[in-house]
Design a protein around this ligand. Structure first.
Ligand code: HEC
Length: 264
């Protein structure tokens, strides 16, 4: 009964402080709603199919401008893609290198390469877009709100709104130099497995993928967390049992010798 009352007052206090905090967040960061993600929470995990779809969205809609320079092709096996498919994928990228004559050249990518830096000339990017498109490898961890932020940004374009001079209107940033990445007509767009995603689904999938590139060891970490909790639990039980054994012996001994007089 008393525990229930305690819980109630804690949740009431949390509701009051959340209500107080909400407008402040809305003012500083724009309308960023918390989304449901499979990878959120202590038991969170990645949905590999979603990550593969997200990679596809990245390739078709983002990589013309944004690179994933910290992501190695081989690491994409975390998306449950076969080695053969990854080799094929890597070979479609042109990797810059210095050839035997000392000249700049390009060669097809191999598993051990990273995604090449797109628009590796920032001056050209700035001349084109007014701002260099940032690398997306760790984007999901470098913005407050993480995945919720990226999702809100990607779904935050509003063509009906008055567009700022030389830029675009986006609910999250107000003024953004990034053009709306979604074409008006997506009716014939489909994933390699034949499914036809809505804009919302594509935004979700690419966001999940970007969360994976920024935090590929999330599942291992969660597994270790569970192992550690179980280990601590086992340790607690063992030490309690050990205490009982030792205490029983001590008390037995005290009993034999008369034990301490509780009155003194
Ligand atoms: C035509 C080029 C172009 C395309 C295509 C593009 N972007 Fe961008 N993006 C930009 C530019 C330029 C900026 C910098 C915008 C700014 O700071 O005003 C940017 C910024 C961003 C940011 C950072 C916003 C911030 O908080 O600073 C994210 C996240 C992002 N893009 C994600 C994506 C994703 C995901 C896709 C694909 C669905 C995509 N972009 C497609 C050009 C592009």
């Amino acid at each position: 009964m008393r525990f229930g009352t305690l819980l109630k007052s804690i949740s009431a206090a949390a509701a009051v402080s959340a209500a107080a905090a909400a407008p402040a967040i809305a003012e500083s960061a724009g309308p960023i709603d918390a989304q449901t993600w499979s990878f959120k929470g202590p038991l969170g995990y990645y949905d590999e199919m979603q990550l593969q779809h997200g990679l596809y969205v990245y390739q078709t809609r983002c990589q013309a401008c944004h690179s994933l320079g910290l992501v190695r092709f081989a690491s994409l096996e975390g998306l449950d893609v076969s080695e053969e498919a990854l080799k094929a994928l890597a070979s479609t990228y042109e990797i810059p290198y210095i050839n035997d004559d000392g000249d700049r050249d390009t060669r097809p990518g191999v598993l051990n390469d990273n995604f090449p830096w797109a628009l590796d000339n920032p001056k050209r990017a700035i001349a084109t877009y007014g701002k260099a498109p940032p690398d997306l490898s760790t984007m999901a961890r470098s913005r407050i709100g993480g995945s919720d932020y990226i999702y809100a940004l990607l779904t935050g374009y509003d063509e009906a709104h008055e567009q700022p001079e030389g830029a675009y209107y986006n609910k999250v940033m107000n003024v953004i130099k990034m053009p709306n990445p979604w074409p008006a007509d997506m009716s014939d767009f489909e994933y390699p497995d034949g499914t036809r995603p809505s804009l919302d689904q594509q935004a979700r999938d690419v966001t999940a993928f970007l969360n994976w590139t920024a935090d590929p060891y999330l599942e291992e970490r969660h597994q270790w967390g569970i192992i550690v909790v179980l280990y601590m639990l086992a340790l607690t039980i063992i030490s309690f049992l050990a205490y009982r054994v030792v205490a029983a012996k001590v008390y037995a001994k005290l009993e034999v010798e008369g034990g301490p007089d509780p009155e003194h």
